[in-house]
Design a binder for this molecule. Structure first.
Ligand code: SF4
Ligand code: SF4
Length: 339
């Protein structure tokens, strides 16, 4: 099928009749995913959003349930969000990141009803990357500029319009409701040409990385990697795969609510015990945890790497600590860190 760019706003308006629609919206020099009120707000000319769209399914701050205790007894009210949503224009790396979050929130030990209710009611409409950014290294992380993992529909920008392909039943249902025309043979050819022309220039060598980490908990490399880190956690908050959270009660007496907030392993308080002991007392242990979690523990647990190569941590670190160079350093090419 084809969505002409001149008709994109009308298509999004049509979706708005049945779904909450989230799309990239331009804010200053960057794009962020927001719930839109009309099709004209969507901005698909973006490279990658400043903040990943993971917050649509796993909000930065989320009220799980409210409770109150009165003379009549206790009352608990769960806050499960079952609204139908479309995330329109999600990039391949971010769509893949959601498949990784699925491992965490829906596995043989635990199913998170808050995340999974949203997930099951959300359709992901992906947008391939015609021009990957210089900081993208998705092809080194089992993804790519036109990888479709996690998407229900894939869009390919061919200039005048978007060739749309349904990849799942959810995607078929969504497209069927839009009454779109079929893509012509020329449109399909243009989409194939666009895919073939997309180049990810940055490659990151991960050969032997897991074995190195398996044996490398006490490797001297950890003594230097973290040295210029400020502990601001921008890298973790902006990472589409990071998913650590804290749960707090916001209550007066016995009345209040239980709230889940994003947390980050780069913060000293993350592992501070009530006794005052902190098993990760410095940036050394915190950086080691960040790398180990993404490239060893997640692989051990789910047979997948918890990095999709989106480049956000590279673009947004205030001291230019580059995870590509960190991985190279772990693998033994220290020269990259000294350049
Ligand atoms: S963004 Fe940079 S400075 Fe901030 S915690 Fe991450 S590595 Fe450290
Ligand atoms: S670690 Fe960095 S490059 Fe990898 S997914 Fe997270 S933000 Fe993106």
């Amino acid at each position: 099928m084809i969505i002409k760019k001149s008709e994109l706003n009308a298509v999004l308006d049509k979706l708005l009749a049945g779904y909450q629609v989230y799309a990239p919206v331009k804010e200053g020099n960057y794009a962020v995913f927001k719930q839109i009120a009309n099709g004209g707000q969507a901005y698909l000319g973006y490279s990658n959003s400043k903040i990943p769209p993971k917050g649509i399914l796993f909000p930065q701050s989320e009220k799980l349930y409210s409770y109150s205790v009165t003379a009549e007894g206790a009352r608990v009210e769960e806050h499960i969000d079952g609204s139908k949503k479309v995330v329109f224009g999600i990039r391949p790396c971010d769509a893949k990141s959601i498949t990784l979050l699925d491992f965490v929130f829906n596995n043989d030990k635990y199913t998170d009803p808050y995340y999974m209710t949203r997930r099951n009611n959300t359709v992901l409409v992906g947008l391939g990357c015609n021009q990957p950014a210089p900081t993208c290294f998705c092809t080194s992380m089992q993804s790519g500029p036109f990888a479709s993992e996690g998407m229900d529909v894939m869009l390919v920008d061919i200039g005048e319009g978007y060739v749309a392909q349904a990849l799942t039943d959810k995607g078929k249902e969504l497209l069927a409701g839009l009454g779109l025309p079929e893509a012509s043979a020329d449109d399909q050819k243009a989409a194939e040409d666009v895919k073939a022309a997309a180049v990810v220039s940055c490659q990151v060598n991960t050969e032997g990385l897991k074995a190195k980490l398996d044996a490398g908990f006490d490797d001297p490399v950890w003594n230097r990697i973290y040295e210029k880190c400020l502990g601001c956690a921008a890298c973790t908050y902006l990472c589409p795969t990071c998913h650590c959270f804290d749960i707090v009660d916001d209550a007066v007496d016995c009345n209040g609510c239980r709230v889940r907030n994003w947390d980050a392993c780069m913060f000293p308080l993350f592992t501070l015990h009530g006794s005052g002991h902190n098993p990760r007392p410095s940036g050394k242990e915190r950086w080691r945890q960040r790398v180990m979690h993404k490239f060893k523990y997640f692989v051990d647990n789910f047979n997948a790497t918890a990095c999709v190569g989106c480049g956000r941590c590279i673009k947004n670190c205030p001291v230019n600590l580059d995870i590509r160079e960190v991985l190279a350093d772990i693998l033994g090419s220290e020269a990259r860190l000294d350049k």
